[in-house]
Design a protein around this ligand. Structure first.
Ligand SMILES: [Zn+2]
Length: 457
């Protein structure tokens, strides 16, 4: 059995499947490092130091075995014990956090390292540049034997590490690329608690779930009122991995949401020339529309199915016209669409209320606010999703909630029933869009119910 596989059972499998992505440094020394990379010093993934220590320990343990003796099968607990013993007896490993006003000289002196080694490293431009540019908080990992430097590692960026190690009478200086790798996964999730809980239980990050809720389906699904037990969604999205360890979710490539039996689909498209990008329906219409379905930060509404969301509070305002969103006091209220503030102040049973004029005779009304947003006064332009106030219970309200109305020429309309305009992928990009859409949706649609690795390249 290969040692690497013993330590990282997933390494081989995932490594083949993953797509290597260049994670370049944004640091001031980036240009210098790019040169270093061009020289192609080292281009393999690195074994972390713990792994290296284990490797060294295994070699030492092996060397102590009398020749000809058949070694027993590897037992990892034994091996780890051997590693600890070897570390205590042999080289010392120290991780130094760079302090303000630290420099490499001070660090060498503090640790008690021989200064000759530093002088030699200083004579190597590829090492000197990086050693002389330390930042407070950087971690430098050193190993030494009685003050003689054996190795020095400094992580330069998320994806690049300076690695110096003893080599014969001198030192080998290399840059170890530790790239972020991207894998594409598909998940199918049935909602039996809340969107956020279900997504979390399926291993999706909060950012991924937020993308679904606020960037893909916020114009088609009212996530505060319309989610039902048994709704389900599937998502095709990227996951970033480094050294076999999960780092973060990446872009959501496509998703399907089945809400009360109705299917909504969205996919990410960016044209080759970069002029068109965003989430679109499979037909190429933009997901973004003139009005949000739920004009408040529904992520603040506690998880679980709130009975008030199924049966809106009624009778709060006589001749009730509108939708009520039960939500904690202080929940941000969003402008449902672009427009201009027509009214902001106190008004009878509405309490603190903001009315936004969207042009074309369309206005939206947001009542019972605990606070009207800063700078929100008649004439103020507002953008879709902008916070215009906070949920409260001012006016005739028995509990904290947002009272929301959508009016056309002063007449209340059910926002869900109104045709709301969408933009469209321009004609000259449609062929490109269709090719992309069919392959993406095929990957989304090949869904099983389990966590699965869909693709990588
Ligand atoms: Zn109401």
């Amino acid at each position: 059995m290969a040692l690497a596989q013993l330590i990282y059972p997933h390494f081989g499998r995932n490594f083949i499947l993953r797509h290597l992505r260049d994670g370049s440094s944004r640091l001031p020394i980036a240009a210098f490092l790019r040169n270093a990379e061009r020289r192609r010093l080292v281009a393999a993934g690195s074994l972390p130091l713990a792994g290296l220590a284990l490797l060294v320990a295994l070699m030492l343990a092996g060397a102590r075995n009398p020749a000809g003796h058949n070694p027993p099968p590897l037992d990892l607990t034994q091996t780890l014990r051997a590693a600890t013993l070897a570390a205590a007896a042999g080289p010392q490993r120290i991780a130094v956090t760079v302090q303000r006003n630290d420099n490499i000289d001070r660090i060498f002196r503090k640790v008690g390292l021989e200064m000759d080694a530093l002088a030699e490293l200083r004579s190597r431009p590829e090492a000197r540049r990086v050693l002389d540019l330390l930042r407070p908080g950087d971690i430098i990992t050193l190993t030494h034997a009685d003050g003689a430097l054996l190795s020095l590692n400094r992580q330069i960026s998320d994806t690049l590490t300076l690695s110096i190690s003893r080599s014969g009478t001198g030192y080998a200086v290399s840059y170890v690329e530790n790239p972020l790798e991207t894998e594409v996964v598909g998940r199918r999730v049935r909602i039996d608690s809340s969107l956020f809980q279900a997504g979390k239980d399926a291993g999706m990050s909060a950012a991924t779930i937020m993308t679904l809720a606020t960037k893909m389906f916020a114009w088609d699904i009212d996530f505060a009122l319309d989610i039902r037990d048994g709704d389900e969604f599937s998502a095709l999205y990227e996951r970033k991995v480094q050294d076999g360890k999960y780092v973060e979710d990446g872009k959501v490539l496509a998703a399907e949401f089945i809400n009360q039996g109705e299917t909504h689909r969205a996919l990410w498209f960016a044209s080759q020339d970069g002029k068109v990008e965003g989430y679109f329906t499979p037909e190429g219409r933009g997901m973004r529309k003139a009005f949000l379905r739920a004009p408040l930060d529904f992520t603040r509404i506690s998880s679980g199915f709130n009975p008030h969301r199924r049966h809106p509070i009624s009778g709060v305002i006589r001749a009730h016209k509108g939708v009520d969103y039960a939500a904690p006091t202080g929940t941000p209220i969003w402008a449902a669409g672009d427009g201009r503030v027509q009214f902001a102040g106190r008004k009878g049973g509405y309490g603190n209320v903001v009315i936004v004029d969207h042009g074309g005779g369309v206005t939206t009304v947001y009542g019972h606010m605990s606070r009207i947003g800063r700078g929100i006064r008649p004439g103020t332009p507002v953008e879709q999703g902008q916070t215009i106030g906070l949920v409260g219970m001012t006016g005739a309200a028995t509990g904290p909630h947002l009272h929301y109305e959508y009016l056309v020429k002063g007449v209340y309309k059910n926002a869900a029933a109104l045709p709301l305009m969408r933009n469209q992928v321009p004609d000259r990009y449609m062929a490109e869009f269709r090719r992309h859409a069919s392959s993406t949706l095929a990957r989304l649609g090949s869904g099983s119910s389990d966590d699965r690795l869909v693709a990588s390249n």
